[in-house]
Design a protein around this ligand. Structure first.
Ligand code: FPP
Length: 255
């Protein structure tokens, strides 16, 4: 029997945190405000959590900012969200450069309004050489369509004679996805209590730890973020193995 007493109980911080930012509408409704005020407050939370992620030296943060399904919301809300995104990119460029944060996007970004798309490309270009942290915005993103698009890209390579079906494995498939070089999220946080993935990072979430809080996104702050991170650090990630195997791995890597 392995002695667990000398194993550190607090694990390292996650390398990649992904967040489903939910609850903006409810936050606004509770205050008898239009939904967009909830999104506006949510954008302030985005700034706080990006800053905290950078301070904690967590190298990857992915935010589910706009899903493919969100296009079916009322046009007024979609337009307001696009304006907010544009504003965020415009206001945050200096901050991203100063903190050496690279901005990336996953999703069908060509579907964004030209003004937002251009600003997004410009921000991605200007921050491309930043290496301290990557902020990845999921925009017009859907997990199923990411997988389908990757399959199409792979099939095209096969038809062109560059690859064959036997070349495909989990590693090579990733290279056809939006950001195949980014490690899978260790921790996925969802605010506002809903217990589902909502088409977010379906392929990459296979072994992610899930943390669900009833706090609405506009109320989520650095304290709440630290609570989620500490919860994660107390968990045992087994990746399909047994506790004993994980302990053996830990003790052999420590000796
Ligand atoms: C879900 O809440 C949230 C969204 C669809 C949009 C998220 C956008 C932001 C946080 C602000 C803009 C983003 C950036 C990166 C500047 P909901 O509207 O579905 O809330 P509800 O479930 O309470 O109605």
């Amino acid at each position: 029997m392995l002695d667990k007493s000398n194993i550190k109980t607090l694990k390292p911080l996650p390398r990649h945190v992904a967040i489903i930012m939910d609850g903006n509408g409810r936050w606004a409704r509770r205050r008898f405000m239009p939904r967009i005020m909830g999104h506006r407050q949510g954008a302030k939370t985005v700034k706080e959590i990006v800053t905290a992620t950078r301070e904690l030296n967590i190298p990857y943060l992915t935010l589910y900012a706009f899903s493919k399904e969100n296009w079916s919301r009322p046009a007024e809300e979609v337009n307001a969200l696009m304006d907010l995104l544009y504003e965020y990119l415009q206001q945050e460029l200096d901050e991203l450069l100063g903190k050496r944060i690279r901005l990336r996007a996953i999703g069908e970004i060509e579907a964004l309004p030209p003004k937002v798309y251009d600003m997004l490309l410009e921000t991605m270009e200007k921050t491309a050489k930043n290496y301290e942290m990557q902020l990845i915005l999921a925009l017009s993103y859907g997990g199923r369509s990411e997988i389908i698009e990757a399959a199409k890209r792979f099939a095209r390579k096969c038809m062109e004679g560059h690859l064959s079906p036997d070349d495909l494995d989990e590693g090579s498939f990733r290279s056809f996805m939006y950001a195949g070089d980014v490690p899978d999220p260790d921790l996925i946080i969802r605010t506002s209590g809903e217990k589902r993935l909502s088409n977010f990072l379906l392929f990459q979430a296979a072994y992610s730890e899930l943390y669900i809080t009833s706090t609405l996104w506009p109320d989520f702050d650095k304290q709440e973020f630290l609570k989620a991170l500490n919860d994660y650090r107390r968990r045992e990630r087994r990746f399909g193995m047994t506790s004993e195997q994980i302990l053996l791995r830990c003790t052999s890597s420590e000796s």
